[in-house]
Design a protein around this ligand. Structure first.
Ligand code: ACO
Length: 431
């Protein structure tokens, strides 16, 4: 590296200079945009573990120190002091809203929560046991078919309206997917309730009894949604950008991001964590020791769910908040959960085990979130849906940032071809 640049030397003694791109915080980058044209080489980086796909002003993560900031504000400050919609505004528009801006933003969200009535038949068409993530991703795409203007929005006003529509309607979609799965009537949104209250109302109210909201549940869910709001170029966000780079609509891009989130190595891990803890609880053969042994066995594809992270080599700050919060929420709900005890024991055993210590594998956001979601009354099949509602502002903010970035190009990685070289065609009768 010389004078802020890097020099790449090849075996034939040729070399090329690569420029550095500075970051305001964290790792700088080596700009390889001219590498292929100047050297005839491409880079090999499975999973893009060393590759920055974009410059971004949204979220900063210091994985070694376990720090997470959105637009400069620490996740701890935001989780403690903000509403989820405030954080959504911050991510999308770059500043914390003042009182008038927040009032206007909340009003505009709460007055767009209704789904087109024709969407009812859409929910009816799914099988009763449909996983709500499948319904959520499909419905997100389906909503866009009612608003042609959002298909290829170009004006800022249309993009803002599309974002508001998505944020406003996603809780309704999520709650209806749940109601469908339990065979209860859909509950319509209420403009009088705030964002989180309204979602809880559509989830848990039933026509046969009065329903009142517990402020402790609202507060806890608000914190959980904030903790999931954005997280750099994770698998689902990178998917949103990949799909959006073809100039696909925000709705189509976000729906694709939801499908990526669903996988158990990403957002689907929160459901898998509870299933793993439940198995340790229920099955006498599945102990903490046997679970860790399986996770360490390279011949077994089982992984310790809720542990490990591409970016953190330290405790995930979101998991730190949730770990202490879990106890708090259970106390406030005046309930206990044997799975919390098991989770604590499993964490302590993993953090004392050389395999996990050497690889710097710590609990991630999904390890404790499920225990809190459970305490709030959500079934495990809804956990990844809750993650998606929380992550929506991050996906939208990334889509907006990508859409206005002059450096954006259609996502189209190269490959290193390792197949057959040219072969003579063989007619079918000679094969
Ligand atoms: N259990 C057992 N071993 C693990 C785990 C785990 N949870 N996580 C990582 N490792 C091991 C790997 O086997 C590998 O070992 P090796 O060096 O001997 O081959 C090493 O640690 C590095 O792991 P990678 O898979 O290379 O790390 P990567 O960055 O590709 O994967 C991931 C990160 C997918 C999150 C991984 O840690 C994992 O599978 N975790 C479990 C699933 C999970 O909790 N996902 C949620 C992540 S947070 C989120 O997406 C919201």
């Amino acid at each position: 590296m010389t004078d802020g640049n890097a020099t790449l030397h090849f075996a034939d003694d040729s070399s090329i200079e690569l420029e550095r791109i500075e970051a305001t915080a964290g790792q700088p980058a080596i700009d390889i945009r001219r590498l292929r044209a100047d050297s005839g080489h491409v880079t090999f980086d499975p999973g893009f573990a060393n590759t920055a796909n974009a410059t971004s002003s949204l979220t900063y993560i210091n994985g070694a120190a376990g720090e997470l900031r959105h637009r400069g504000y620490s996740i701890e400050d935001l989780a403690l002091n903000c509403s989820f919609l405030e954080v959504a505004y911050l991510l999308m528009y770059g500043k914390l809203p003042n009182r008038a801006e927040l009032d206007e933003w909340e009003h505009s969200i709460s007055t767009h929560t209704l789904l087109n009535e024709e969407m009812r038949s859409f929910f009816d068409a799914f099988p009763r046991r449909a996983h709500p993530m499948g319904v959520l991703a499909s419905a997100t795409n389906a909503i866009s078919t009612f608003y042609d203007v959002y298909r290829r929005p170009t004006r800022k006003r249309e993009i803002d309206a599309g974002a508001r529509t998505l944020i406003a309607k996603l809780p309704t979609v999520a709650a209806w997917a749940y109601k469908k799965s339990i065979g209860e009537p859909y509950v319509y949104p209420s403009n009088d309730l705030d964002y989180v209250e309204n979602f809880l109302h559509m989830m848990f109210a039933r026509p046969v009894e009065d329903w009142t909201v517990d402020p402790a549940v609202v507060k806890a869910l608000n914190v959980l949604l904030i903790l999931h709001a954005d997280h750099g170029q994770n698998c689902s966000t990178a998917t949103v950008r990949a799909v959006g780079s073809s100039r696909a609509s925000m709705f189509a891009s976000v729906a694709a991001g939801m499908c990526a989130l669903w996988g158990p190595l990403h957002g689907g891990a929160n459901q898998s964590v509870i299933e793993m803890l439940q198995e340790i609880h229920d099955d006498p053969d599945a102990t903490i020791e046997s679970t860790l042994a399986r996770a360490k066995d390279k011949d077994d594809d089982f992984r310790l769910m809720g542990f490990g992270h591409r970016v953190y080599s330290n405790y995930d700050p979101r998991a730190r908040v949730l770990s202490s919060y879990a106890e708090d929420v259970l106390d406030r709900m005046e309930t206990t959960d044997p799975l919390l005890e098991i989770a604590r024991e499993l964490e302590a055993a993993a953090l004392a085990d050389d395999y996990f210590v050497d690889r710097k594998i710590y609990p991630n956001v999904d390890f404790y979130s499920g225990i809190i979601f459970r305490a709030l009354g959500f079934p495990s099949r809804m956990f990844t849906v809750l993650f998606a509602i929380g992550r929506l502002p991050g996906w939208i903010a990334n889509w907006m940032e990508m859409n206005s970035d002059p450096d954006t190009r259609i996502m189209r990685p190269r490959q290193i071809y390792i197949g057959e070289t040219a072969r003579d065609f063989v007619p079918i009768e000679n094969r």
